[in-house]
Design a protein around this ligand. Structure first.
Ligand code: M6P
Ligand code: ZN
Length: 197
């Protein structure tokens, strides 16, 4: 057996990775408090729908310089007007970047700086999207099919979920008669950085 052979994973067309080392299943209760419409969220919690799954190739070398990769499958759905989305995170090592590659469906990559500047990028199959160092990121399914993408990131990037859980995300993606609309999140409150305090 070669060195690289055990490090490869098959990714199915639907984004599932049968030989994943770990699978994270995120249901609505795992995202409690992240959607803007709390009443809609409370009503849907009775069914606690599956929102997304992450198939991780995590049993890879973790020394400096390596990459990890994963596929994410976000179901189609909404909480009120807001589309199903990932929790979103900054990297624990904030200066680590990431690359996304769209495999199926339609979605948006939301990006924000720690100060709350935000940008969004439409993603379809074939879109290669770059997450620069220091930018928080969240993905949203704006389509009627599962939105599927591959992600690759430095093995030492880690996750900071706390900042977004506490402050919210600077932008929301909501359904409108003209289709998905990006709006500033009125509830977003960035916590001043240590330098600014
Ligand atoms: C992508 C990558 C993963 C991440 C996943 C779901 O696959 O960025 O690292 O875990 O999306 O996003 P989150 O961790 O924010 O729920
Ligand atoms: Zn990331």
């Amino acid at each position: 057996m070669t060195y690289v052979e055990p490090l490869a994973r098959q990714v199915r067309q639907d984004g599932t990775m049968p030989s994943a080392d770990a699978v994270q299943e995120r249901r609505l209760r795992d995202l409690a408090g992240l959607f803007a419409d709390r009443d809609a969220e409370a009503r849907l919690l009775a069914h606690d729908p599956l929102v997304y799954r992450v198939f991780e190739a995590a049993a890879l070398p973790k020394e400096d310089g390596h990459l990890l990769f994963s596929t994410t499958v976000i179901e189609s759905g909404r909480v009120g007007d807001e589309y199903f989305m990932t929790k979103g995170h900054f990297h624990a090592r904030a200066d680590r970047a990431e690359l996304y590659y769209g495999l199926g469906g339609r979605g948006m990559l939301l990006l924000q700086t720690p100060e709350g500047r935000y940008e969004a990028l439409d993603m379809v199959a074939g879109t290669a999207a770059y997450v620069p160092p220091y930018w928080g990121h969240r993905t949203v399914n704006t389509g009627e099919e599962p939105f599927v993408f591959l992600a690759a990131y430095p093995a030492d990037a880690g996750y900071d979920y706390g900042t977004i859980a506490r402050d919210g995300f600077a932008a929301l993606v909501v359904a409108s008669p003209d289709g998905p609309r990006l709006i500033a999140n009125p509830a977003y409150r960035p916590t001043p950085s240590d330098d600014a305090r």
